[in-house]
Design a protein around this ligand. Structure first.
Ligand SMILES: Nc1nc2c(c(=O)[nH]1)N[C@H]1C(S)=C(S)[C@@H](COP(=O)(O)O)O[C@H]1N2
Ligand SMILES: [Mo]
Length: 311
């Protein structure tokens, strides 16, 4: 496992962990300074057991090689378990993902509750090698297995009133120790505009590296929207609703001025506490961040919109 310096990234949770102890009026500036100089980094560790799939030959459309299975499954953000990236894999090993249902409803003509096995059988899974760019300033290249969300939406038939899609993760504090932390307003919620959800790049992923999705990566089914920051890519989905109003995400509730609804990867719009102009590709070093994370084909979704206002 490659080493990189704690100063290379700014984990969201350092700031939030500090903030909850700093009840005074001075917390904004104090916490920002602490976050910037507090070494807080865990090297993904655990030696891989058995045959990890090989990255050999797997590249994205920009010829960036896929990260190793080891990196992808030991460097995770999943706050329902822990804010420690290396701690997610061990803590999530026994998480129960079967039976599992995904309830799809709201403003649709044909509401449906899917069993996870139906989802796997009904929708042909394809491999998509995508970059995942976290708002904290790091990225991975991941060979997902999944299918276009628009295939599922076609089945439930959104009505003409539906403007947004709201996604909800599982709430199960007995299995997910991080949900006992009441700083965040569980369950994890995310949202997309309907046209974003219908875009062919938008996936529901049920696997990676040709294997069933590991628990730490959001088993049994998670969203993948590669032109948006990683936090939009909600894990362990149990509910999908077509709605009229813009959904309020867990991150908007935590800090609306820092984590907007759109969350498009944009090197020109800094996070209030750090630049977004570069990123650390895990395992290979720092590189410029690309607008829309390099997926410029989505830019027409935002024609006429000010992406600095709608960050
Ligand atoms: N339910 C849920 N989904 C989540 C998160 C989370 O904490 N809970 N973290 C998000 C963040 S911040 C990132 S960067 C990605 C990380 O995905 P990965 O661990 O599979 O790389 O998942 C996103 N989806
Ligand atoms: Mo993230």
């Amino acid at each position: 496992m490659e080493n990189f310096k704690s100063s290379d990234i700014t984990p969201e949770h350092v700031y939030f962990n500090r903030r909850r102890f700093l009840k005074g009026a001075f917390w904004t500036t104090t916490a920002a300074v602490l976050a910037a100089c507090t070494p807080r980094f865990s090297t993904p560790g655990a030696a891989s057991s058995g045959a990890a799939p090989s990255a050999a030959g797997l590249k994205d459309e920009l010829s960036d090689p896929a990260n190793s299975y080891q990196d992808i499954t030991n460097y995770n953000n999943y706050y329902e378990f822990t804010t420690d990236k290396a701690g997610v894999a061990p803590l999530s090993q026994n998480f129960i993902t079967s039976p599992w249902q995904v309830k799809v409803g709201g403003l649709v003509n044909n509401p449906k509750t899917y069993d996870i096995d139906d989802i796997r059988k009904k929708f042909t899974q394809e491999e998509r090698i995508y970059r995942l760019r976290c708002v904290e300033g790091w990225s991975l290249v991941i060979p997902w297995e999944g299918f276009a969300l628009n295939k599922l939406l076609a089945e439930v038939q959104p009505t003409s009133d539906a403007r947004y899609v709201r996604f909800e993760s599982v709430y199960d504090p007995r299995q997910m120790p991080g949900q006992n932390d009441t700083f965040f307003q569980w369950p994890y919620v995310e949202g997309l505009r309907v046209d974003e959800a219908m875009n062919d790049l938008t996936l529901l992923a049920t696997g990676l590296y040709g294997k069933t999705l590991p628990n730490q990566d959001g088993a049994p089914v998670r969203l993948v929207v590669p032109w948006k920051y990683g936090f939009k890519n909600i894990k362990a989905i149990v509910k999908i609703d077509l709605v009229k109003e813009m959904p309020v995400s867990l991150w908007m509730l935590a800090a609306r001025n820092e984590y907007g609804f759109y969350a498009n990867v944009n090197p020109e719009v800094p996070h209030p506490r750090w630049s977004q102009s570069t990123e650390l590709r895990i395992g290979s070093g720092r590189r410029p961040t690309l607008k829309f994370n390099g997926y410029s084909q989505v830019s027409s979704l935002y024609d006429g919109m000010d992406l600095k206002q709608n960050f």
